[in-house]
Ligand binder design. Structure first.
Ligand SMILES: NC(=O)c1ccc[n+]([C@@H]2O[C@H](COP(=O)([O-])OP(=O)(O)OC[C@H]3O[C@@H](n4cnc5c(N)ncnc54)[C@H](O)[C@@H]3O)[C@@H](O)[C@H]2O)c1
Length: 328
């Protein structure tokens, strides 16, 4: 395949680019390096089949130029991501997350397959589970900035499906549930890299709320494998797919597991949502995916690889020298 990956210098985009290149695909990668880093692409930057272009997905002309000649597949991952980013820069985040997708869809040729990265956040406060793609989306009050990431991603989904229905491009949507692994940064509010870094540095592990809220964490390798398989499946365009795995773990249990696997003696401390994110924050107690459509379509569904993810994240942080091992 000849593939374009937007947001390629980010956490998931860099793993996706690597996986495509390892299969023998050609990859053009774009990123404005807002939250991503060229360091994430250091393993592949010298590959002849790889080209990196620093560009902004809000620049429609740059995207149009790039898509001539057309790509077989466009993976649109570039986005403003993370609770902290959305709360601190709501307008810029909305701009990137709405205009970037609009531009990617406009630049894509009718014969290209375009995969839009959406999020389990669109299910909002629907805590019934497991959530299939048909589940209701229940968002909080319109003035709460916390939900605007989901609002933009919901609009992205609609743009993608409408473009597909009108024959503009073969578009599909992937709703990613919490994805974890090396290269994810904790700077914008992602829980696992923060907990692992704190454990390795001998600092208290900060858990928000009472910590009994549960999440399902998917190893990035599985997420990427599913995305590539969907890109190749003739049955996937026009549809929405959950990508995740369904083993739940509370954030308290996650913090304890991080302590066990890193050998850290750090304490776990609880911080209120109000203290962490201000008055207008709301969270959901659980969010579990139903990935049966994914399995029926590509014959694969991610499994629970949380321990592997924790070990890999810890190894990466230690290799970068960002955590002093606090083990006994
Ligand atoms: N990590 C998760 O758990 C998760 C869950 C649900 C959905 N997603 C979605 O997956 C995608 C990738 O997320 P990630 O976790 O790798 O985050 P990330 O922040 O590591 O990656 C996003 C990348 O997009 C780039 N970017 C941001 N604005 C841009 C712009 N205007 N032009 C060009 N590049 C721009 C950033 O520099 C970064 O490299 C996003 O669309 C995100 O919404 C991720």
């Amino acid at each position: 395949m000849r593939a374009l990956v937007t947001g390629a210098a980010g956490f998931i985009g860099s793993h996706l680019s690597e996986a495509l290149l390892q299969r023998g695909d050609q990859v053009v990668a774009i990123d404005n390096l807002a939250t991503g880093s060229l360091r994430n692409l250091s393993a592949v930057r010298s590959w002849p089949a790889f080209r990196f272009i620093q560009a902004d997905v809000c620049d429609s002309q740059a995207l149009e130029r790039l898509c001539d000649p057309p790509f077989d597949v466009i993976f649109h991952l570039a986005a403003a991501v993370g609770v902290r980013t959305i709360l601190d820069h709501p307008l810029a985040s909305l701009n990137t997350n709405l205009r970037g997708t609009e531009n990617a869809l406009a630049a894509a040729a009718p014969g290209s397959t375009l995969i839009v990265a959406s999020t389990s956040e669109v299910y909002g406060k629907n805590e019934s589970g497991p959530l299939s793609e048909q589940a209701d989306r229940i968002l909080g009050a319109g003035e709460l900035a916390r939900w605007w990431y989901a609002v933009a991603k919901m609009a992205d989904e609609a743009l993608a499906l409408a473009s597909h229905r009108e024959g503009k491009v073969k578009a599909l949507v992937v709703r990613l549930f919490n994805t974890v692994g090396p290269r994810q940064t904790g700077r914008y509010g992602m829980v696992l890299p923060n907990l692992v870094r704190q454990a390795l540095a001998g600092e208290p592990l900060t858990v928000y709320g009472d910590g009994e809220q549960t999440r399902c964490f998917t190893y990035v390798e599985d997420t990427v494998k599913a995305m590539i398989a969907l890109a190749e499946s003739p049955a996937s365009p026009g549809l929405i797919f959950n990508i995740g795995q369904s083993t739940e773990i509370s954030i308290n249990a996650l913090a304890r597991r991080v302590l066990e696997l890193t050998g850290s003696r750090s304490k776990i401390v609880h911080v209120s949502y109000q203290e962490a994110y201000g008055d207008s924050y709301e969270d959901m107690r659980r969010r579990v995916p139903d990935c049966s459509l994914l399995e029926r379509t590509i014959g694969f569904m991610p499994t629970n690889r949380l321990d592997e993810a924790i070990r890999a994240v810890a190894a990466e942080i230690q290799a970068r020298g960002e955590g002093e091992c606090a083990s006994a």
